[in-house]
Design a protein around this ligand. Structure first.
Ligand SMILES: *[C@@H]1O[C@H](CO)[C@@H](O)[C@H](O)[C@H]1NC(C)=O
Length: 621
C-alpha cells in the first residue's frame, strides 16, 4: 500500500509533464503535443543540473489548412519544479525587427538556455521560465524557422496569424486554456504585442490576458522619433560644444517640424519624409561621434548599448556577441532534428524581407490604442537605460503625452519609486492606472541579456509581488526578491504597505498562506520521494532513474527596431525558403553564417519603409 503510494507520488511528481505530453490532443492536422517534445540537446544533461532542466516543446505548428502553408515555429520551456508563483501562467515572448527571430529571446535573453563556444547548451540562472511557462514564437511568417508562401503586410495580419497560432497551440496544450496569458517582447514587438493584445481582448474573451511586458519597445513613432538627440545629450554622447552640434541640431529641428506638419496634415508623403529625416538624426549622431583613429571595432558607438563600441557603420549590428554561437548552433542538422523541424533551413537572426513586406502602411501605430488596452489589462514598459535606438527618454515622452484611464501622463505630484531587486538598486519606476514604466539601470536594448534576474522580476512587478519601503519619504522604494528568497520577509513588509499605494498589494495575505501550505506539501513530497527512492533503489536496482530526460531549451531574442533589408533579401521572392533550402544543399555561401552587418539585422541607414506616422507636440530642443 505504502509502496503503491510512493510509486504514485513518483509518477505525479516526476512523470506528469511527459505523460501529459504523450496524451496531448490531436490537432486538426493530426499533430499532438508529443510530436513537439524536445528530448535532447548537446550539453543538456551534462551542463545543467537536473532540477533546472526545463520541460521543452518545439516545432513548426501549422496554422490553418490553406494553400499558403503557414507554419509558426515555437519553442517552449516549463519548469519541472514550479514555484507557486509560476503556476498557471503562459508567457509568449516575441522579438522585433520586424523579421528578427525569437530565438534571440530564447537563447540570449529570457530563456533558460545559453549556447557556449562548444555549441552546447548551458543554463541561464535568470530564466523567466521560473515565473511561468515561456513560449518563444517566431513570427510573423518567414521569421526564424516560421515559414509561409505569404508575407504579412499589415499589423492586423500579424494579429490575425497570432490568434490562429494561439488556437492551434491550445489544441496541443488544452490544459493552458485557463492560464493567465502574458504577452512579452521587445523592440518592434512594441507594435506586435498591443495588436495581439487587442485580438485577445476582442476575439478571445474566454482567455485571461494578464498583462503586456514590453522591453525597449518601439510603440510610438510620434514621440520616440524625436528622442535621439535629447537622449544623447543627457547621456553625454553629444554636447553643445561638439563640432557637429549645429548640424545635428538643425536636423533635429527639421525632424520636429516635419513631424508636427505631418501630424497636422496627415499627409503620407510628409510622414515619409519626416521619418527619414528623424532617422538621420541618429545616423548623424553615430557618424559624428565615431572615432576613425581607433581600432576598427572601436570606431562607432553601439546603438543598442552606448557603453560599447562597434565597427562603422555597423554601430551595434555585430552585437550581441553570443550570436556567433547561436547562429551555427541553430543551423546544425542535429539541432534542427532535436527541435522537431519538419522543414529545415538555415536560421538567420533577422530576415529583412519580412520587414520589406510588413510595411504597415494602413496600420495605426500601437500607441493609438494603448488607452483601450489599459482599460482592460496592465502594461509594463521597461527600458534598459543604455539603449539609444529605443531609448528610455522616448518612453518617457510617450507616457507624458498619453492620456489613459482618465488622466494625462503620470501624476507628477507622486514620487518616483526606486526599484531594488534582491537588495540591489535595479532602476526606478512609476505605476498608475494599469501602466507601469520602468527604467532599468545598466541595461542595453536587450534587458534580459544584460540583467536576466532583474528582468525576470518584471513579472513580479506585473503581479504586484513587491513590498514597499520608506513610502512616506520622497524616495520611496519598491522591492522585488530573488526566487525562493526572503518570501516571508517580503510578505510581512508587504502587509505594512500603505493602502493607498500606487501598486496595491492585493491578495498578499492569501498568497502568504497558500505559500505556507504549498511549502508544507512540498516538504512532505520531498520526504516521501527520498524515502521512496531509497526503497526503489533497494528493490528495483535496474529501474531507470531519470524519467525527466526530455527537455531541451534555449532561446533568446534580439530586439531590433528597423531591421532592414539586406540587398540580397530585396530580390528574394516568395519561394525564398525553398531557394534557401537548395542553397543549403549546394553549400551556397548564403547558407553560411555571416556577421550581422552583412545580414543587415538592424540596418537603419537603408530603412525603406516609413510605415508609421511620426508626430509630436511634446517637443524638446
Ligand atoms: C485596470 O485593469 C483592470 C483589469 O485588469 C480593470 O478592471 C480596471 O478598470 C483598470 N483600471 C482602470 C483605472 O481603468
Amino acid at each position: 500500500m505504502l509502496f503503491l503510494l510512493l510509486l504514485l507520488t513518483l509518477q505525479l511528481v516526476s512523470a506528469n509533464p511527459i505523460k501529459r505530453a504523450r496524451n496531448g490532443l490531436l490537432g486538426r492536422t493530426g499533430q499532438s503535443s508529443q510530436d513537439f517534445l524536445v528530448t535532447s540537446l548537446p550539453g543538456l544533461f551534462d551542463n545543467i543540473a537536473e532540477p533546472d532542466i526545463p520541460m521543452m516543446f518545439a516545432g513548426q505548428l501549422e496554422l490553418y489548412n490553406e494553400t499558403n502553408n503557414t507554419h509558426y515555429f515555437f519553442w517552449s520551456f516549463e519548469d519541472q519544479h514550479k514555484e507557486p508563483d509560476a503556476e498557471n501562467k503562459t508567457i509568449f515572448w516575441l522579438n522585433g525587427g520586424p523579421g528578427c527571430s525569437s530565438m534571440d529571446g530564447a537563447l540570449m535573453e529570457a530563456g533558460p538556455l545559453r549556447i557556449n563556444e562548444k555549441q552546447q547548451v548551458t543554463y541561464n540562472p535568470g530564466s523567466w521560465h521560473k515565473k511561468g511557462k515561456i513560449v518563444f514564437v517566431d513570427q510573423p511568417a518567414n521569421t526564424g524557422f516560421s515559414y509561409s508562401l505569404d508575407y504579412d503586410h499589415e499589423l492586423s495580419d500579424v494579429k490575425w496569424h497570432f490568434l490562429c497560432f494561439i488556437e492551434k497551440y491550445l489544441e496541443l496544450f488544452p490544459e493552458e486554456k485557463t492560464n493567465d496569458f502574458i504577452l512579452a517582447g521587445e523592440s518592434y514587438a512594441g507594435q506586435y504585442i498591443p495588436y495581439i493584445a487587442t485580438g485577445f481582448l476582442e476575439q478571445r474573451p474566454d482567455l485571461h490576458l494578464a498583462g503586456l511586458l514590453i522591453g525597449n519597445g518601439f510603440i510610438d513613432p510620434w514621440t520616440q522619433g524625436i528622442s535621439y538627440l535629447p537622449f544623447s545629450v543627457e547621456a553625454g554622447i553629444m554636447t553643445p560644444d561638439h563640432p557637429a552640434w549645429h548640424t545635428v541640431l538643425n536636423q533635429q529641428t527639421k525632424c520636429q517640424q516635419l513631424i508636427d506638419a505631418a501630424r497636422a496634415g496627415h499627409n503620407p508623403a510628409q510622414i515619409d519624409v519626416a521619418t527619414r529625416i528623424c532617422d538621420t538624426v541618429l545616423d548623424q549622431i553615430l557618424k559624428h561621434t565615431a572615432d576613425f583613429g581607433k581600432a576598427s571595432d572601436q570606431q562607432c558607438l553601439n546603438m543598442y548599448d552606448y557603453r560599447l563600441k562597434d565597427t562603422y557603420p555597423s554601430c551595434g549590428m555585430n552585437w550581441p556577441p553570443d550570436l556567433k554561437y547561436v547562429t551555427p548552433f541553430l543551423r546544425e542538422d542535429k539541432i534542427m532534428d532535436n527541435l522537431n523541424l519538419v522543414f529545415k533551413y538555415d536560421w538567420q537572426e533577422c530576415h529583412g524581407r519580412v520587414g520589406n513586406h510588413l510595411k504597415a502602411r494602413h496600420s495605426k501605430p500601437a500607441i493609438d490604442f494603448f488607452p483601450q488596452i489599459l482599460e482592460k489589462t496592465n502594461i509594463v514598459l521597461f527600458h534598459g537605460n543604455k539603449d539609444i535606438i529605443c531609448n528610455y527618454k522616448g518612453g518617457e515622452f510617450l507616457t507624458n503625452a498619453l492620456t489613459w484611464n482618465g488622466q494625462k501622463g503620470f501624476d507628477e505630484s507622486r514620487p518616483v519609486y526606486q526599484w531594488y531587486h534582491n537588495g540591489t538598486s535595479a532602476g526606478y519606476l512609476r505605476s498608475e492606472r494599469n501602466l507601469t514604466f520602468v527604467n532599468v539601470y545598466d541595461s542595453s536594448h536587450m534587458v534580459p541579456f544584460d540583467k536576466p534576474e532583474v528582468s525576470r522580476a518584471i513579472v513580479d512587478l506585473l503581479y504586484k509581488r513587491v513590498d514597499y519601503e520608506d513610502e512616506d519619504s520622497d524616495k520611496p522604494r519598491i522591492n522585488t526578491h530573488a526566487i525562493g528568497h526572503s518570501q516571508q520577509e517580503a510578505n510581512s513588509t508587504l502587509m505594512a504597505a500603505p493602502v493607498n499605494s500606487t501598486v496595491p498589494a492585493d491578495g498578499s495575505e492569501q498568497l502568504h498562506n497558500s505559500n505556507k501550505i504549498v511549502r508544507l506539501i512540498q516538504l512532505a513530497v520531498i520526504v516521501i520521494i527520498i524515502w521512496s527512492l531509497c526503497a526503489l533503489y533497494n528493490t528495483y536496482r535496474t529501474r531507470p532513474t531519470s524519467i525527466i530526460k526530455t527537455k531541451p531549451s534555449s532561446g533568446r531574442k534580439k530586439n531590433v527596431l528597423w531591421a532592414d533589408q539586406l540587398p540580397e533579401d530585396v530580390g528574394e521572392n516568395k519561394d525564398s525558403f525553398l531557394l534557401r533550402a537548395m542553397h543549403k544543399l549546394k553549400g551556397d555561401q548564403r547558407g553560411q553564417y555571416a556577421p550581422a552587418a552583412q545580414h543587415g539585422d538592424i540596418e537603419m541607414v537603408a530603412r525603406q519603409e516609413d510605415d508609421f506616422i511620426i508626430a509630436s507636440d511634446e517637443e524638446e530642443r
